[in-house]
Design a protein around this ligand. Structure first.
Ligand SMILES: Nc1ncnc2c1ncn2[C@@H]1O[C@H](COP(=O)(O)OP(=O)(O)OP(=O)(O)O)[C@@H](O)[C@H]1O
Length: 240
């Protein structure tokens, strides 16, 4: 029995006659960050949707914390906080109201003090907390969504293109937060086409191309994955 928290085993997904994922196998252990890196249409979002039980594999299996996603999707979803690429929050509500509302929907209400602490942790400027989200920048909305995801206190975090649209300072803050969460034992799967971002935070990178994992890169102990090697593999393959 492996100690994988997230596990995909020979995963194949088709829609109609189109095969989107082909034999995708990976696992992520507790406190590890795995980045699935791939270009447009590589199958990144499909992988996340399948892990959330929103798409059904044609063969193979996926599990979270040893629980089958196919047979117990509702239990699995309670263990996962998902940060989609486009954050879905209400523009007419402020950050505190949005978070309060979505936590109550998730059945996990928290005190205003805890919500404020989480907004502070993601460094959303305090003067914005009482302002409707319609006036926020993309980065501010992203921070609000991250604060919400953290408050759900799930053992697993899925991140879809988490830094797209963020400025370099916000990206650095975000990367620090991801590393900190992983060091606290949160298991993180991110999908991205950002080679350098992935190399910055991931313990391992799986290179996804045309629905297949065509390469795996491991970070050396106390270091980052070699971004030049990953960039080369990414771009060379893309030219074939
Ligand atoms: N419901 C669907 N029906 C038909 N084809 C689909 C469906 N969902 C995804 N695909 C196709 O599967 C492939 C992978 O899509 P997916 O959204 O997983 O890629 P991605 O790596 O997330 O891409 P991007 O970086 O552009 O968001 C694409 O060719 C896409 O057109």
């Amino acid at each position: 029995m492996s100690d994988a928290v997230i596990s995909a085993e020979k995963l194949c997904v088709s829609v109609g006659s189109k095969q989107i994922l082909n034999n995708v196998t990976f696992d992520v252990r507790a406190g590890e960050v795995l980045a699935l890196l791939g270009g447009n249409g590589a199958g990144k979002s499909t992988t996340i949707k399948t892990l959330l039980g929103l798409m059904t594999p044609t063969s193979g299996s996926v599990s979270i914390a040893g629980i089958s996603v196919q047979t117990q999707p509702d239990i699995v979803r309670q263990k996962v906080a998902y940060l989609p690429e486009s954050v879905m929050l209400y523009g007419h509500l402020n950050a505190l109201e949005n978070i309060r509302y979505f936590l109550s929907l998730a059945g996990k209400p928290q005190t205003d003090a805890d919500i404020s602490a989480s907004l502070g942790r993601v460094a959303l400027q305090q003067q914005a907390w009482q302002t409707p989200l319609s006036s926020y920048s993309k980065g501010m909305r992203q921070k609000t969504a991250i604060a919400l995801a953290l408050l759900r206190e799930t053992p697993v975090l899925f991140l879809d293109e988490p830094t797209s649209g963020l400025d370099p300072v916000a990206i650095d803050e975000f990367n620090r937060l991801v590393k900190q969460l992983a060091s606290q034992g949160v298991t993180i799967l991110m999908v991205t086409h950002d080679v350098y971002g992935a190399c910055h935070v991931a313990n391992r990178i799986g290179l996804l191309r045309n629905g297949e994992i065509v390469g795996m890169f491991d970070a050396p102990e106390n270091g980052n994955i070699d971004s030049e090697a990953v960039h080369r593999a990414f771009t060379e393959g893309a030219q074939v």
